[in-house]
Design a protein around this ligand. Structure first.
Ligand code: NAD
Length: 352
């Protein structure tokens, strides 16, 4: 794969590789855009098999962050980082080495939590750089963003239910949740309180067990969760799970979840449309965590943050309205809305 070509086509500004032989750090920071502000995006800790796989993930995720900030009305750019290592290789020294890498960019990139990272990991990173957001509330930060991500997904789901069924109630509705990590588990709790029927799945059997002990839920093995008969399929695990083979097996009316890039490619939104399944674009519905973190810069107030996260429903309504108006998929509509905001910022930067 020619990374230069990919970056030029997708509009990335920078891809920076960091290694530290002493701690074993192998990390990549991708800065897609700083047009609207500093490139903010979580750090993913994952055992990527190859450099190419890690770089591709960082590039794709950072572009999504640009669009997420743009459509959510935030003055932030899009970035993402990946640390290539297995969970047993995570040490405080390695995290600090990563923090120093972030610090060397002097605020161009601000890191946060993503898959495989915890609040306490972020605190370790914060020891060596101030460019780490989503710090604990007792330290003046906004805390773990995943609870606001889960809340935002619920607001978005409600809007989708109204769009399809004419009522936003979860009563007698079934939601299948793929992935019971930081977001998925909290989402399941919120949906349970809303009265939804639940079907859950995770690669980690202990997470399934813990959820089933807390709420009434059916379970399905990870390989079959996308085939669940349900109203909403909620991908809350890794990206790329929806493609021609899996989309043809979906038995839901709505796809709405927390996962970043659940579609293997943006073109797969057309397959969902053809199957008359409403797709809530990932970066619109899962923006709660980012919106929450953005509130940190103005002195964090939880109530204010919650109000802004509720705005996800309004963002989705703009997306669906545009999609209907222009007879395009909701993803295409979201892309156009985000790109228009970016184009305006570009024009005003160049005095145009
Ligand atoms: P996490 O690492 O805490 O949880 C992910 C869970 O998914 C794990 O329990 C893992 O075992 C499970 N999983 C992985 N592959 C699976 C599969 N094929 N089937 C079933 N389960 C599987 O991550 P998280 O923070 O909960 O994030 C989940 C998704 O939401 C990611 O795509 C992330 O990028 C996205 N996201 C998270 C946030 C946030 O605030 N944490 C914000 C926006 C988007």
């Amino acid at each position: 794969m020619d990374l230069f070509k990919v970056m030029a086509k997708e509009g990335h500004e920078q891809l920076i590789v960091f290694t530290d032989p002493e701690t074993g750090l192998k990390a990549i920071i991708s800065i897609h855009s700083t047009l609207l502000g500093p490139a903010l995006g979580g750090c993913r800790f994952w055992s990527y098999k190859t450099f190419e796989e890690a770089a591709t993930d960082a590039l794709r995720l950072s572009k999504t962050m640009t669009y997420k900030a743009a459509i959510s009305g935030l003055n932030l750019g899009g970035g993402k980082s990946v640390i290539c290592a297995g969970p047993q290789e995570k040490t405080p020294a390695l995290l600090r080495a990563f923090g120093r890498s972030v610090d060397s960019l002097a605020g161009l990139y601000v890191t946060a939590q993503d898959v495989g990272m915890t609040l306490s990991d972020l605190e370790t990173i914060r020891e060596v750089t101030r460019y780490a957001a989503g710090i604990p509330e007792q330290k003046g930060g906004s805390g773990d963003p995943s609870s606001m991500t889960a809340r935002g997904v619920v607001y978005g789901m409600r809007y989708c239910l109204k769009e399809i069924f004419g009522s936003d109630s979860f009563r007698d509705r079934t939601v299948a949740v793929q992935g019971l990590g930081k977001v998925g588990r909290q989402l399941v709790g919120l949906l349970h309180r809303e009265g939804a029927r639940l079907i859950v799945s995770d690669l980690d059997a202990s997470r399934v067990k813990a959820v089933v002990a807390e709420v009434k839920a059916e379970t399905l093995p990870p390989a079959r969760i996308h085939t669940a008969v349900c109203d909403i399929f909620a991908p809350c695990a890794m990206g790329g799970v929806l493609h021609s083979a899996t989309i043809s097996k979906l038995r839901c009316r709505i796809v709405a979840g927390a996962a970043n890039n659940p579609l293997a490619s943006w073109a797969d939104a057309n397959l969902l449309q053809r199957r008359r399944i409403l797709y809530a674009p990932d970066y619109v519905i899962n923006a709660g965590g980012l919106i929450n973190i953005a509130c940190e810069t103005e002195g964090y107030q939880k109530e204010k943050a919650e109000e802004r996260v509720a705005g996800i429903a309004e963002n989705l309504s703009r997306v669906f309205a545009r999609a209907k108006e222009e007879k395009i998929t909701p993803l295409e509509a979201a892309n156009r809305l985000a790109e228009e905001r970016l184009a305006k910022a570009r024009a005003s930067r160049s005095g145009g």
